[in-house]
Design a binder for this molecule. Sequence first.
Ligand code: PHE
Length: 449
Amino acid sequence: MAARGEFSSKFGFILAASGSAVGLGNIWGFPTQAASNGGAAFLLVYLVLAFCLAYPALMAELIIGRHAKSNAVNALRLISTNRFSYHMGTLTGFVGIITASLILSFYALVAGWMVCYFLAPIAALAGMQDVADWLTEFGLYRNVTFILIFMVLTVAIISGGVKDGIEKWSTRLMPAMLALLFLLIAYVLTLDGAMEGVKAYLLPDFSRAVDVNLIVGAMGQAFFSLSLGVGTMLIYGSYISQKENLSYLGRMVTFVDIGIAVMAGMLILPAMYVAQHNGVAIFDAAGQLISEDTLIFTVLPALFDTMGITGIFISAAFFILMSIAALTSSISMLEVPVAYAVENHQIDRKRAAQFIGLLIALISVAIAFNFEILFGLTIRVTTQMSQPLLGLMLCIFAGWIWHRNNMLQEIKAGYPDVEQSLFWKIWPSYVRYVCPVAILTVFGQVVFA
Ligand code: PHE
């Protein structure tokens, strides 16, 4: 069998894994949720949940993945201790593969819109106004075209493998994305009205912090944002060398992910208030701040329109930022089924990437055809139901099924003094008790609310 891929350095892993984590969830999901849920109150709850629950769950995936050096199906089978846990492991692995593929199928559609909105101002600048209009009007033909374009990019990168695909492109795209984000923030903060947005974002409305919906929303957001449950982080963990210190790597990825979500809030919220200052409506009829797709595809473009020629550049920069963030995430989703096909069925990586990519593109097209029914449903089932449940299963595997000594042995690899660390003292009982109970509690809210 061909040698397994491995990230060439700490840096390569951190960029690839934070590339997976940082996506539409951070730059779109987080700021808009924060905006409609009490600003900094949401931020605070999110920070607590991300560090106290999502980070330990991320560590469970990285540790299991590196130990098994294989995809989630094989990894969970490997650490199982009897027939029952073996079958549970198989099931969890497969549900993860299906979930990752379904997430990619709606993600590709949304990412395609980002690419359209990136190209539209360029087309307008080149005098092709009809093309620009086509790109920004919600049409089936356009949606399908850009699903295919985005999936071709994703497949091309995954075909290259771990070092020459995932790592190479993450190390190119992530710095570009960061630079764009900081430039945009710096620019928007100089505009009139921006400070009001900063205030709305950073002044907490604490009456909201105890709101159950807010906590449920923040938890889901944290799990989605760290790409948890579906086996993405597990497979990335399986490409980390035995020499590396996992708890450090996991911490770095968590910091980058949370940091970028928080920074994205410093872009989106001020931009909304600048839009208001320029005469664009940012509150809906019920007095709520406009969010979700209307925010991204109506309010922000309306803002860019008020800026004249500068607006064209800012708009292109903003949507290419979104497109890049989406691409470094989508490759990590496709890697989940591809790694399984390569490792368990000895299919050539390129072939596997193309075939599975095509299959997911077809599902995505089916969603585009039945948008009203399937789009919201796919998002809800995958991110609110499947992801937390899979996260729960992974914590149960790490905390209850896997032999404790083997697990501790794995943590020690690459970090000989780990026994003195806080991580060693707290984490094992954390994934055993706190994470499962917390996930179940939040999940109960989603199901029974
Ligand atoms: N973390 C990505 C985001 O924030 C989404 C994602 C989910 C990526 C699951 C991989 C797996 O947009």
